[in-house]
Design a protein around this ligand. Structure first.
Ligand SMILES: Cc1cc2nc3c(=O)[nH]c(=O)nc-3n(C[C@H](O)[C@H](O)[C@H](O)COP(=O)(O)OP(=O)(O)OC[C@H]3O[C@@H](n4cnc5c(N)ncnc54)[C@H](O)[C@@H]3O)c2cc1C
Length: 433
């Protein structure tokens, strides 16, 4: 009998696991269970709307979804529609691939003020994620503070300062395009606790900030060291040298009539969000780096801003019946083994680091574990699962139904754009009628 595998989550972690299982030669049937009608996790809801090349990886996931052994069950939320225990009873192996959807808190006074958002919420909003389409951030401000020195901070800044024409070929949500392009935003500050050498930007993303139509990147040359010092591997040192060279180019740039500025500010740790009920500014402490860590210098400064977006990392959501590692914000696991037929891959296994391809080895490792753990299948899997969903009245979305949603979004695309995303689950389901 084939091994029945349930993969929970249809992001890169889930799809790489399905693909690796199929390639491993294990005789299995795989059901991918996803809480949204739409597949692909952060490829749809996280990767920036103007980064369509990256999103193309979904095409290879589609080939996996269309394999005979694989079924997609969209619009089924584990924890709401079906429990882990129910799935464990029906499937030989359950693979958790639910990602890390929650924002880490800033942990400073004032972060509950209106106008402070985490990047999961803010990025979800401009990417038309149904959970965040009603976020309604007030962008009526001249200055925005983005906290963090990784690619997500750059994505957010870029989306806020690009012109309407630069975003023509993107799938930015309509309401977000309207709000962003009508906003008076002139300055976006990216604050990093540590220095330019420690910043986690990749060079391609950083360089793009020097080629924007109506925005100049601003760097204080005094913040740039002459050389990369510290204990780095050769590869890391080269990457950091490239970033430093790019930042030096930015430091020498002139506005050339551009109306917006993206400020790279290093050695600045936020200590308090200022204002009444609503954000009016941010207070920061200057830092120096000691042993790779940011240490406060006791010198403080303030910037005025009407919006604060924290891009400082994510955490997974605890799952009923599964032990959780609170410190790391992931499910407790030993190299992907959670225990007794349950496994983890992707961000819920490792935490929120790396690019899409970083999740691939997790798939190979879980496929090897399942192959070793199950010489053959014993549990009923798919038919019993479908029966359970019917009994519960759950309206699941099949892969071919997702393809219909996909087609409708593409048909509805504004001129030049790849698609116009549906922004609610109701709209998606209505498109199937
Ligand atoms: C803002 C942002 C931008 C990024 N940009 C890039 C980029 O440009 N290039 C790049 O290579 N990488 C990028 N990444 C990283 C990349 O997106 C991740 O490495 C990858 O998506 C992690 O995969 P995952 O499967 O672990 O999680 P996810 O992609 O988050 O997938 C998890 C899936 O599980 C589903 N799920 C959650 N809970 C449940 C539940 N209870 N029941 C059923 N389903 C559930 C979710 O809806 C989601 O579809 C970006 C990340 C972020 C946050």
């Amino acid at each position: 009998m084939s091994i029945s595998v349930a993969i929970l989550g249809s992001g890169p972690g889930g799809f790489y696991a399905a693909d690796a299982l199929l390639k491993s030669g294990v005789d299995c049937r795989i059901d991918i269970i996803e809480r949204l009608p739409t597949p692909f996790g952060l490829i749809r809801g996280g990767v920036a709307p103007d980064n369509q090349t990256t999103k193309r990886v979904a095409k290879s996931f589609e080939r996996t979804a269309l394999k005979d052994e694989v079924r997609y069950f969209g619009n089924v939320e584990v924890g709401r529609d079906v429990s882990i225990d129910e799935l464990r009873a029906l499937y030989d192996a359950v693979v958790l691939a639910v990602g890390a959807p929650l924002d880490r808190p800033l942990g400073i006074p004032g972060e509950d003020k209106a106008g402070v958002f985490g990047s999961a919420a803010f990025v979800g909003w401009y990417n038309a994620h149904p959970d965040f389409r009603d976020l309604n951030p007030d962008l009526n401000t001249r200055a925005v503070a983005v906290i963090g020195n990784g690619n997500v901070a750059i994505d957010i800044t870029r989306v806020l300062v690009k012109t309407r024409s630069e975003m023509m070929a993107a799938d930015l949500a309509d309401y977000a395009a309207e709000a962003i392009h009508d906003a008076p935003i002139a300055d976006v500050y990216m604050f990093g606790r540590r220095g330019p050498v420690e910043a986690k930007f990749t060079n391609v993303e950083l360089r793009e900030m020097g080629r924007l139509e109506d925005c100049v990147s601003v760097v204080d040359p005094a913040q740039l060291p002459d050389a990369v010092t510290g204990d780095w591997s050769d590869r890391d040192r080269r990457l950091r040298e490239k970033n430093l060279a790019t930042l030096r180019e930015f430091a020498a740039m002139t506005p050339d009539g551009k109306s917006k500025r993206a400020h790279f500010v290093f050695h600045a740790a936020p200590v308090e969000v200022l204002g009444g009920d609503k954000v009016e500014g941010l207070r920061l402490e200057r830092t120096r780096v000691e042993g790779g860590r940011a240490v406060g210098t006791g010198e403080f400064f303030e910037v005025k801003c009407g919006l604060v977006i924290a891009a400082i990392g994510y955490t997974s959501e605890p799952i009923d019946g599964i032990a959780f590692d609170d410190k790391r914000g992931i499910v407790a696991n030993s190299n992907g083994r959670v225990g007794d037929g349950v496994y983890a891959v992707g961000w819920v296994k490792r935490g929120p680091t790396g690019v899409i391809g970083t999740n691939k080895p997790d798939g190979q490792s879980v496929a090897a574990d399942i192959r070793a753990d199950f010489p053959q299948g014993k549990k009923p899997g798919r038919e019993a699962f479908e029966k359970l969903l019917k009994e519960k009245g759950v309206r699941w979305v099949t892969y071919s139904e997702w393809q219909t949603i996909d087609l409708r979004e593409i048909e509805n695309a504004p001129p030049g754009a790849p698609r116009r995303k549906f922004t609610t689950i109701e709209e998606m389901l209505a498109a199937l009628e």
